[in-house]
Design a protein around this ligand. Structure first.
Ligand SMILES: *Cc1c(COP(=O)(O)O)cnc(C)c1O
Length: 413
């Protein structure tokens, strides 16, 4: 642990940009290139703008029913709920606001499993899920539920034959993510949903990475529960939502008890400014997704082509086409990813997921794909997003090619 902290401290020092005369620790991020849009996205200025009045003159509690401050805040929250619902083809009353995708995943999985524990004591998920899904399932296991972790194929897609064998009449909920946060792989939601419907199990999907990047429509896809997060889609941190289907009705046990807000499923005062920001982010995503996916996809291709044209031993982890348009997970043969990151201090990238980037273990996601341990240690996650430019991509290629070549030369000498 202390070794990890030392490493982290050293890495932080490396991030101080040399040319700046300012005291260390202040303008660390000036002149850096942000390519970590799977960890979080910058807040869109239109989102920030929409939120501001709800911190100042429109500060009311959206649950205050006796005066205009409350009514204004409530109207704004309900407009936001409609905007979030529209992004996924849901009805507004099917949207339960939460503090983020972590809470939404906890509510969906534990809530469904605990509600149906007696008749359906079995839960199914996949080995490459986000930690908050895996840990929710492990807690259920300690409470006496049976759990099955379905493996993935070497390209990162879930093994559908194994899933089919795993799900049965005793399964309460199957949780499989829409898009993976490390390798960007998109899971076949239609097929998974069909397997769940056949066996009478709820299908929950963690769509934190998918929202605003691939079209998801719950009217067409048999998803019963869907988790989303604002800060992965240019909205504010600290808010997300769970879609809970009404027809056929999905029954959950609440995690947080209190005043009975959010249809009794999530008590607590709604953060009106964050709801408004989430709504605006959802509006922008719905209107601009198609064009943005093309633009971000072209930048990502440019990055991949540039790196693989100049370097040998560049491996793309995960399915080559069934993936988020802005994600690349690359291994550089013979190169340790942590050393590579230290050699490109102006690039903001990560070696894996943000939650585990302090650890030196190879990623459990890459291990689940069967990626060789040495290559897994050499893997970097690139997340290209809305605010990246072609010039940033070209500068990144130049820096990475120089750093990889230098590290490889040193290893040989
Ligand atoms: C970021 C992320 C989460 C957690 O979302 P928060 O809103 O930060 O709690 C869950 N699942 C996936 C796939 C993610 O990328």
């Amino acid at each position: 642990m202390s070794e990890d902290m030392d490493l982290e401290a050293r890495q932080r020092e490396d991030y101080v940009v040399e040319e700046l005369p300012e005291p260390a620790g202040k303008n660390r991020i000036v002149a850096s290139i942000y390519l970590d849009n799977q960890a979080t996205t910058p807040t869109d200025p239109r989102v920030t703008e929409a939120m501001l009045p709800y911190f100042t003159e429109k500060f009311g509690n959206p649950h205050s029913a006796d005066h205009g401050y409350g009514w204004d805040a409530e109207d704004a929250v309900e407009q936001a709920r409609a905007q979030v619902a529209a992004l996924i083809g849901a009805e507004p009353r099917e949207i339960i606001f939460t503090s983020g995708a972590t809470e939404a995943n906890n509510l969906a999985i534990k809530g469904a499993a605990r509600f149906h524990m007696e008749r359906k004591p079995h839960v199914v998920t996949c080995t490459t899920e986000h930690k908050c899904v895996l840990e929710s399932v492990r807690r259920l296991e300690r409470e006496g539920h049976r759990v099955t972790f379905v493996p993935v194929l070497p390209d990162g897609l879930i093994d559908l034959a194994a899933l089919k064998r795993a799900v049965n009449e005793e399964t309460s909920v199957v949780s499989v993510m829409a898009a993976n946060n490390e390798i960007g792989v998109l899971q076949p939601l239609e097929e998974i949903g069909a397997i769940c419907r056949e066996k009478g199990a709820y299908f929950h999907s963690d769509a934190a990475q998918a929202i605003g990047k691939i079209p998801i429509d719950v009217r067409e896809t048999p998803i019963d529960l869907l988790s989303i997060s604002a800060h992965k889609a240019y909205g504010p941190m600290g808010i997300g939502a769970l879609f809970v289907r009404r027809r056929p009705r999905v029954r959950l046990e609440a995690e947080i008890d209190g005043g009975g807000q959010e249809r009794g499923l999530r008590s607590g005062t709604l953060p009106a400014p964050l709801c408004v920001g989430f709504g605006e982010a959802a509006r922008i995503a719905r209107e601009e997704m198609e064009e943005e996916v093309k633009r971000v996809g072209a930048l990502t291709k440019r990055l991949y082509r540039g790196l693989s044209a100049a370097l040998t031993g560049v491996h793309l982890n995960g399915h080559p086409t069934q993936r988020l348009s802005g994600n690349l997970n690359l291994s550089f043969a013979g190169v340790d990813a942590a050393a590579l990151l230290r050699a490109v201090p102006k690039l903001c990238l990560s070696t894996g997921s943000a939650c585990t980037s302090a650890s030196v273990e190879p990623s459990y996601v890459l291990q689940a794909l069967g990626v060789d341990a040495d290559l897994a240690r050499g893997s970097l996650r690139f997340g290209v997003g809305r605010f990246n430019s072609e010039a940033e991509i070209d500068a990144s290629i130049t820096m990475l090619v120089a750093a990889v070549s230098k590290i490889r030369a040193e290893n040989q000498g």
